[in-house]
Unconditional design. Sequence first.
Length: 102
Amino acid sequence: METVAISSSGYAYVLTSSGTIYGHSILRVDPTDGTTLGGAAFGGFDVAIDDTNYAIWIVGADVKKLNIFLEQECALDPVEWTAVSVDFDSSGSIWIAERKHS
């Protein structure tokens, strides 16, 4: 499974998986020719790009905020099992959806 978010500048941020729901890594890809421009070992299930605040949010086993250079700025762990969706509002607040294991 791969999850993709496109920034307003046109770059694709792709979460890759190694077979787990927590993901493997994130890649920054030029969508015009598919060239990988960078990557980092931060996996997740979903990704959202907040261009206004220059933030990339990744959720999975936890919640991570990266800058546009894929450097981690913070990590939060309010997630009991796995977060499956992330979005943000105009104030920069994030919203996450979490699943529980049966």
